[in-house]
Design a binder for this molecule. Sequence first.
Ligand code: ARG
Length: 467
Amino acid sequence: MAESNTDTKSSNQMWGGRFASGPDAIMEEINASIGFDKKLFAQDIRGSVAHATMLAHQGIISSDDKDKIVHGLNTILSEIESGNFEFSRRLEDIHMNIEARLATLIGPAAGRLHTARSRNDQVALDFRLWVKEELQKTERMLTGLIAAFLDRAEEHAESVMPGFTHLQTAQPVTFGHHCMAYVEMFGRDRSRVRHAIEHLDESPIGAAALAGTGYPIDRHMTARALGFREPTRNSIDTVSDRDFAIEFLSIAAIAGMHLSRLAEEIVIWSTPQFGFVRLSDAFSTGSSIMPQKKNPDAAELVRAKTGRINGSLIALLTIMKGLPLAYSKDMQEDKEQVFDAAESLELAIAAMTGMVRDMTVNTARMKAAAGSGFSTATDLADWLVREAGLPFRDAHHVTGRAVALAESKGCDLAELPLPDLQAIHSAITDKVYDVLTVEASVASRKSFGGTAPSEVRKQIAFWRARN
Ligand code: ARG
């Protein structure tokens, strides 16, 4: 008795509180992945059904055993789905949890399932299937966000707002055109997603531990059954590759960066100082102390989620960068990064889609702001080039003087009296006032991809057809 007391005490000191029972507990905790990889249960079962079916087809196991295995796996699937499955950390991961339960359900036949495969190709398969489905979901969600922007762009093809560079008023643009900039961004994200689906569309199962197998398996059959284009071509690469996960994270990081820029614009636009948009109550909160406030919390959180996604990308790149071929246990740390990023990305896309659809656009505020800050100065310079034949550099100089005069008088360019303008350059006539309005300015920018409403409508039509 006395001795065992001493033992407990000394191991407590050595290992610390929760690891009181020593090395076994530490090993179990560091080694187990069931806490997070249980998310892969459906993919694991699907993969096992395809593998067992192929083994029977090839005469490697009996069809009787295959039937038992498939039936047992389906039972396990419904147990997990209905919350009646007991996951055990002692059994380490999802693969061993399911296999152990299968043995309880069907007896010795369960032991034949793991013929000609290893957990290395099994986990590569499960994770690839999961990432593929997540990419397909991301593609659909991006399509929803693009559709939201197309609708707002159509509604606001003619609404004038200030365009910015350096966040300083630059030239008038249309709000529809600004919305279409996001359509281009999220359209690129969506095509990255589509390419990533193509890249990962190869089945890992059958690579076994790393060298392939001596059993006469048919990897093309399992690939087909699991909806992959073809099997992977190098068994060593197959079990050591996590590019598909890293590619998902890179795409998520780029899309997250786009979502964060949008979130930032919405934060700015919804301030009383800008007042360009008003968020719906659904996507903002009040302040507990300042009744006048409406905070763009959802947009701010989207901006923050992007930081998490970037962290996941860097984490997995760093996990992988020093690993010799083929599989190393380090790779078990791939999943939490991807799961966390996927959750953040889905939430961020959903929140921004809702915000874009719901926000009220204050076109009067936008238009007033579009006309301030001498935003049509370039139009005056262009008019001098076109109508008075000045070289652009000279026109730029003349315009600079007109801006300085308007600034000193505290008025807009369009409010300068003609004699004042003519004193700066004699070729100026009253025709110049036609180009100094913001509407004339945007309407004139008809170059391909420009901000003129007619061009914006062409781009909307292009994207509607492209969906
Ligand atoms: N839980 C492991 C993982 O996620 C499964 C593969 C284990 N393979 C092994 N050889 N220990 O990576």
